[in-house]
Design a binder for this molecule. Structure first.
Ligand SMILES: *Cc1c(COP(=O)(O)O)cnc(C)c1O
Length: 224
């Protein structure tokens, strides 16, 4: 696709976001984060040329490589992956706009120590394992509000902005919907939270209809 064809392709995705958005609320504002983990820096530049600014990666080393290669562009980089303790310093060196995968109190305490030593802060979302799946990271729904509040209290250098969740892995739409509703319900209970990050290429319309205001779109944005 040339830039013009690509723009038409992306406009169609934006129309789909828009029609899901108004089903939830006409006052809702949705942000699309383009997840570039399957894509090259050339492909990121192409999407940038037609207006996309927020990009995300799920591996610290890929985030580092791509953000540094594209450092001349005014991009906003998100980290959406699982963060191992031995990679904390590498992530903080990159200073991402938002870390979506804060998934335990223990990781929050480790982050807090490093952030304090560096005199820096980090914007983050608490990851919820909304369908309690073995294969997924995140806190279980029953503990989420308490852990969120505890991190807010004990980790002043982490600026919690809300929650992130990956929809249930199921072909049953009702099961996926339930997992989004669970996360949205937690989000509504959090004081001052403004970001509810849920929805990927296969389920973003449903996520938006359930109240998501940040979708993480990978394969569909890059037409893979
Ligand atoms: C890969 C990834 C996405 C995007 O997935 P697609 O299905 O390609 O849209 C979103 N969120 C996270 C956490 C991911 O790892």
């Amino acid at each position: 696709m040339n830039d013009e064809e690509y723009k038409i392709y992306i406009d169609d995705i934006i129309r789909r976001v828009e029609s899901a958005r108004v089903k939830f609320s006409e006052y809702q504002i949705i942000k699309i984060v383009a997840i570039s983990k399957y894509s090259t820096t050339k492909e990121i530049e192409k999407l940038y040329r037609i207006g996309q600014r927020a990009f995300g990666e799920n591996k610290v080393q890929d985030l580092r490589a791509k953000s540094s290669e594209l450092e001349d562009l005014p991009l906003e980089w998100h980290f959406v992956g699982n963060l191992q303790k031995n990679k904390i310093n590498n992530l903080l060196d990159i200073n991402p706009a938002l870390f979506h995968g804060l998934d335990s109190l223990e990781l929050a305490h480790e982050l807090q120590k490093k952030l304090e030593a560096r005199e820096m802060t980090l914007e983050a979302l608490l990851q919820i394992n909304s369908a309690k799946e073995e294969s997924k990271h995140g806190v279980i729904p029953e503990d989420a509000v308490a852990i969120y509040n505890q991190i807010k209290k004990e980790c002043p250098n982490i600026h919690l902005r809300g929650v992130m969740s990956i929809g249930a892995h199921s072909d049953n739409r009702a099961v996926v919907k339930k997992s989004f509703e669970t996360t949205y319900d937690i989000y509504k209970q959090l004081d001052g939270a403004t970001i509810c990050s849920m929805g990927m290429s296969g389920d973003f319309e449903l996520a938006i209809e359930c109240g998501s205001n940040m979708v993480r779109l990978g394969s569909i944005m890059f037409n893979k």
